[in-house]
Structure formats: structure tokens, C-alpha cells
Design a protein around this ligand. Sequence first.
Ligand code: 6PG
Length: 477
Amino acid sequence: MTEKAQIGVTGLAVMGRNLARNFARHGHTVAVHNRSYGRTKELVEEFGHEGTFLPAESAEDFVASLERPRRVVIMVKAGKPTDAVIEEFAPLLEPGDMIIDAGNAHFADTRRREASLKERGLHFVGTGVSGGEEGALHGPSIMPGGSKESYESLGPLLEDIAAKVDGEPCCVHVGPDGAGHFVKMVHNGIEYADMQLIAEAYDLLRQAGGHSPAEIADVFSSWNEGRLGSYLIEITAEVLKQVDAGTGKPFVDIVVDQAEQKGTGRWTVQSALDLGVPVSGIAEAVFARALSGGADVRRAAAGKLPGPAAQTGAGGADLRADVEQALFASKIVAYAQGFQQIQAASAEYGWEIDPGAMAKIWRDGCIIRAKFLDYIKQAYDKDANLQTLLVDDYFLDAVSGAQEAWRRVVALAAQQGIPAPGFASALAYYDGLRAQRLPAALIQGQRDFFGAHTYQRIDKDGSFHTMWGAERNEVGA
Ligand code: 6PG
């Protein structure tokens, strides 16, 4: 009997190739396929010694080499290419087989694909995979959606190749249909916020603190030993340490200051707008990238718009400690917002996502892996319906302790003319949540004035309207 593969991977660019190698290294027989056979051959020639690969030239041979139920991982570009590959493979599969989309697909596409393949008797599993190329090879964080039934068959393989924390895999069945890709999208939104906040911390230390990139690298290295310990803080130190070989200048000074994006952060904000969840930290991060990339607008304005020149030493002797506090508090806000979005989507789509389990599988393997995810997990273990992470004991303590420094940093940035939209909006969100009364009451009055949109009163039930154009008496609506 010819050997069959437990899993197949089609689309062998670096992410697909590394996932295939990871499965093979864990003792699974892996069928491999690519649009051009050259890549498939290359993979087997270079890495064939790592495990058992079954290279296939055609889609038909690839499908025939898989044991049933067939598990076909597709690792191609999101959007049309994904639909094209699904259409290529679905007709070759049989009921009970599954197609696993491990790319960064939009969760709405995943919902659509799952529903349409279900009608054809196939499982479609949209799965988030985080950790970049290295993660895919050595252990990513994996966020699979799709049916429970598909997870029973696929889960053990994914758990095998996932990162582990204390022996526990960073992989869990997130929920049905698009839940996995949704959670991955929010992961990326949080990633954007985290990166923006780190960039603002660097900018303040550089401009108001007068420190060199190399000195700031040391600051980040030391922060990495404390509560901010995380992959993004660690790599920030590495990037800041880097010196450009050609010019001898700090690497960060020779890179064009326009941040690009592939779109997952933007999707997170678009979805948050639909769900009505204020993910202001993520939105500021997406907009900050857009502002940086708006070269023409920046050229038209830079040098024309007046403002103070940042003064070295303006932050005083406590600047480092203050920025650490502001960074930690703002980061907590960004995560609190992201988790709130996951909970809102879970309720909206009936996904029943366990937020604590998401924190658990983000503790290693993924880009936002961080020490403090343990505390997020614990917070949701204590109370699965926690309204906001900010009121959990650990985080409440952290933000209360950070408050004065956080306000000093935001004020300093404003006074010195250093843009810090992430820090400032996080603080504004915090103050918004803690307010007993918000000026939203005035907005309700304005809406009622110009559009008879009605308002509710604090002292009795019902909806009311004031006859603004007449005697200004109030009527029940
Ligand atoms: C991951 C990352 C990854 C993402 C890149 C680039 O979890 O491994 O989130 O999926 O594509 O970080 O994203 P941008 O190009 O949008 O910055």
C-alpha cells in the first residue's frame, strides 16, 4: 500500500513551506503542492531529510496522496487567490474532507466560504497563524475556527506544531466559522497598537530625553526584563541597536519614516466600527501609519505648521520611568479594547469565544506574545464575563499606579510638540470610562434640537422631545 499523508500543504511560499516542514519535523507525513512544481521540488531537495514529504505535481495527485478525511492546508494570498485555490480543490474532495485556510483572510470571507463549502459537505477551517516565518517553522500560535467536528480531526495535528507554554499548546478551537480569523485579525490590530505605543515611547526618549538609539535600545532591553517583557519590546531593542554598515548611522535613521500595512489593522477598526466598540488605540495606530505614509500632505505641511521644537531634558530625570508607566498603561488599554471587541463579535455572531483561552494561546509563538498575557488569562479565569480588563485587580492596580506618570507624559508630548496619539487616546479612553457623567448628554440635546431624535431622562423612563422651535416644553415621544 502506498503511504498516505496525514496533511497536505498547497502554496509553498515561505509561510507554507515552513508550516509543511513543521508538520514533517513532528513526524507527520506531509503532501506538498505548489502552482509551479519547481518550489515543491526545491522544498523536498533542501529539507527532505527533515521528515516525510510526498511531493505532488498536480492537484489530483496531491489530493490522492492524502488519507481520509483529507486535510488540505492552503497558504496563499488572501482574497481572490484563496477563492481560486478553493475552487480548484473543492471538486476533488469528498464529504467530510477539510480545507484549511491558514492565511490572513478577512473573517467575513471565511464565513462565506465556510457556509458555501458546508453545502458541498466539506469543512472549511479559517485559521489564524501568528509568529511570522520563524513561528511557522518552530511553533506558531494557532487560532482555528470552523466546526467542532473538524477540530476533532485537525486539532491534534495543529496542537503538535504549535508553540508550547509549560507543555500546553498555543492552539485552541476558537469557535465556529470565521471566529479564528476574527481573533487573528484582532491580534494584528493589537499588534499595530503595541508597535505604535513602543514607537511613541522611543520618540519621547529620543526627542525629550535626548537619548541616542543605542541608549534607548538599552532602556528597552531593561524593560524587557520587567512587566513589559514581550517579543515586540525585545525586537525593538535589536532594531535600535542596529548600525547601518554603509553610513555608520543608526539603522533607524536611514529608514524612510513611512509605515506600511497590509490591511489587518484596518479591518480590525472597520469591524469595530460596525460592532460599536471603541478600539481607539488600534484606530490611532492605523491612522498614525496612514499619516506617516501621506508623503504629499506631510511635505505640504512640514516646516509650515508652527510648533515648539522639543527640548532635550524637558522630561526631567524621571522621564524613563514615566514613559515606562505610560507605555504599560496604554498597552493595557489597547488589549482591553481588543478583548472587548472579541467579546462583542462573539456575542454578535454566536461564537462563544472564551477570551481567557485567547490570552492563553497568545502567550507564545505569536507576535504579541508578552508576559502580561498570563494576567489577562487569569482575569478571565476569575470572571469570564469581565466587562473590561481595566477593572480586574491586577490591571486596576497597574493603571492606578501609572496614572500620574501617564498624565505627565501626555502633557509633556503636547507641550513639546511630539506626536503621541496612542498615549493620548489611551488616557482619554481611560478618563472616559471612569467618568461619572459624560458630555454625551449635551450631544443628545443637540440631536434632539436639530432632528427631534429624542432623549432619555435620568429621572424617569421613556423617550422625550423638547419643542425647541416653539415653547420649549417637553413632550413624551
Ligand atoms: C503575525 C503577523 C502577520 C502580519 C505582519 C504584517 O501574526 O505573524 O501579524 O500576520 O501579516 O505582522 O502586518 P502589516 O504588514 O499589516 O504590518
